[in-house]
Design a protein around this ligand. Structure first.
Ligand code: ZN
Length: 198
């Protein structure tokens, strides 16, 4: 097991379209070790998800926690298909874009198909927060960062976000897994916003 270094925005690995994974390598010790390392790295950074390109491996696998009771899950060669034009707005952050937050509108219902870390096919229909997180992570496999999709007028540095940002307005709204924040109030990578904000 090893904690891997997380690439920061500006590193070209974050902008490549990652390579599909050959199903024949899935059940090899090397790939399984990589999955363990990806998970350990996500846990160490308190992230909600982590995609292989974020740790300098340009291959199509990501780990993420969709629901706490299911725990972290691996998605190999995932395909995400929006099931609605309706969008939901969340404030997003990213382990590879340290210190920035911004609001992103994404389709709020998607279908996700992928192999698990042992090569078994699986599929889900996801709504709300899990649908949003999946799209954020899968974007990493296509070289896309949340700042590419965000409402740029909402971009904020962390101290300013903390001081003036929507958390103040949202009061006790639940916050979900953030990466690089020390402050307990802000331990979230995605902050739900009411639809009518902005
Ligand atoms: Zn990210």
């Amino acid at each position: 097991m090893a904690i891997l270094k997380v690439a920061q925005m500006g590193h070209p690995v974050l902008r490549r379209v990652a390579d599909p994974i050959d199903p024949d390598i899935i059940n090899t010790p090397g790939f399984q070790q990589f999955c363990d390392d990806l998970l350990e790295t996500m846990d160490d950074y308190d992230g909600a998800g982590l995609a292989a390109p974020q740790v300098h491996h340009s291959i199509r696998v990501a780990v993420l926690t969709l629901e706490d009771d299911r725990g972290p899950e691996f998605f190999v060669n995932p395909v995400v298909t929006p099931l609605t034009d309706e969008t939901e707005r969340y404030y997003e952050g990213c382990l590879s874009v340290e210190g920035l937050r911004a609001a992103v509108d994404r389709p709020c219902r998607v279908r996700l198909e992928a192999l698990d870390r042992f090569g078994v096919p699986k599929g889900y229909e996801l709504e709300g927060f899990p649908a949003i997180v999946v799209q954020h992570e899968m974007d990493h496999l296509d070289g896309i960062l949340f700042v590419d999709r965000c409402d740029t007028s909402t971009l904020a540095f962390l101290p300013e976000y903390k001081r003036y940002g929507p958390l103040d307005e949202l009061g006790d709204e639940p916050s979900l897994d953030l990466s690089d924040l020390e402050d307990e109030d802000l331990e979230t990578e995605f902050v739900p916003l009411p639809q009518d904000v902005d």
